[in-house]
Design a binder for this molecule. Structure first.
Ligand SMILES: NC(=O)c1ccc[n+]([C@@H]2O[C@H](COP(=O)([O-])OP(=O)(O)OC[C@H]3O[C@@H](n4cnc5c(N)ncnc54)[C@H](O)[C@@H]3O)[C@@H](O)[C@H]2O)c1
Length: 114
């Protein structure tokens, strides 16, 4: 296992890229502390990870609010005593309408991440 014993905070883990990242990290032995706005889905992801033998703690977090971001870090430190990895991926993607030479060009300020 490539991440055995590593403590990883992952934001946006209820869906998409970071759900896949959280599941992969847990399979590789990381202890994942995951934050997302969507608690219901995040809890379901954490349950799936645990059923597969991995470790994942779900913390409802709006990463755009400083106090909630700090509370996510505090939760990881309280549970595991240290941090090794941060994957700060939570965000939204909208209003992309142009591609130039394969690159996505944001239109009307559409690239919105936390
Ligand atoms: N999917 C793509 O092709 C692509 C390409 C380039 C960049 N991105 C970026 O990667 C990130 C994830 O993309 P995705 O496709 O996996 O998105 P997704 O919508 O599947 O997942 C995003 C997750 O972030 C959570 N989230 C949103 N705002 C949040 C907040 N303020 N606090 C906590 N959680 C929040 C959502 O609840 C959701 O679970 C985004 O920032 C997106 O802009 C995605």
């Amino acid at each position: 296992m490539r991440l055995s014993g590593k403590i990883a905070i992952i934001t946006g883990a209820a869906s998409g890229l970071c759900q896949a990242t959280a599941e992969l990290y847990a399979r590789e032995g990381a202890k994942v502390v995951a934050g997302d706005l969507n608690t219901e889905t995040l809890d379901a992801v954490a349950a799936k990870v645990r059923e597969a033998g991995g470790e994942m703690t779900a913390v409802q977090t709006n990463i755009a609010i400083r106090e909630q971001a700090e509370a996510l870090v505090d939760a990881a430190l309280a549970r595991h005593g240290r941090l090794d990895i941060l994957v700060n991926n939570a965000g939204v993607l909208d209003n992309f309408s142009k591609r130039v030479n394969g690159a996505i060009i944001p239109v009307d300020g559409g690239w919105t991440t936390c």
